[in-house]
Design a binder for this molecule. Sequence first.
Ligand SMILES: Nc1ncnc2c1ncn2[C@@H]1O[C@H](COP(=O)(O)OP(=O)(O)OP(=O)(O)O)[C@@H](O)[C@H]1O
Ligand SMILES: [Mg+2]
Length: 94
Amino acid sequence: MKKIVFTNDKGGVGKTTTVANLAVGLSQRGKQVLVVDMDPQADVTYALLGQRAPEMKRGYLPPTIHALLLGHHSLDQVMLHGSHLYTLRHNPVY
Ligand SMILES: Nc1ncnc2c1ncn2[C@@H]1O[C@H](COP(=O)(O)OP(=O)(O)OP(=O)(O)O)[C@@H](O)[C@H]1O
Ligand SMILES: [Mg+2]
């Protein structure tokens, strides 16, 4: 299993674009890909899933990477399955 981390303190340098396109490209070639969106902007979640995770309302914690790290949801509850592309989405923090 290979792990690839995309991180850069500078904004707007292509992190999200690179992650989304690499993930889709690798999955189309038959690789099993798990995207872990650790960015509170949740842009790669939006790029891959077409929608942002629901915001927290009245104490409800949606099944996101945030909830997983807090121990409120299990990995199975949080992981969204595609054919070869899986996503651990981030809840946007505004
Ligand atoms: N290889 C590329 N060639 C040209 N434009 C690119 C390339 N990669 C990304 N861009 C463009 O650069 C802009 C910033 O890209 P992106 O949102 O992926 O950056 P980011 O590092 O994730 O930004 P942020 O720090 O805000 O999360 C976007 O308009 C995107 O379309
Ligand atoms: Mg980004």
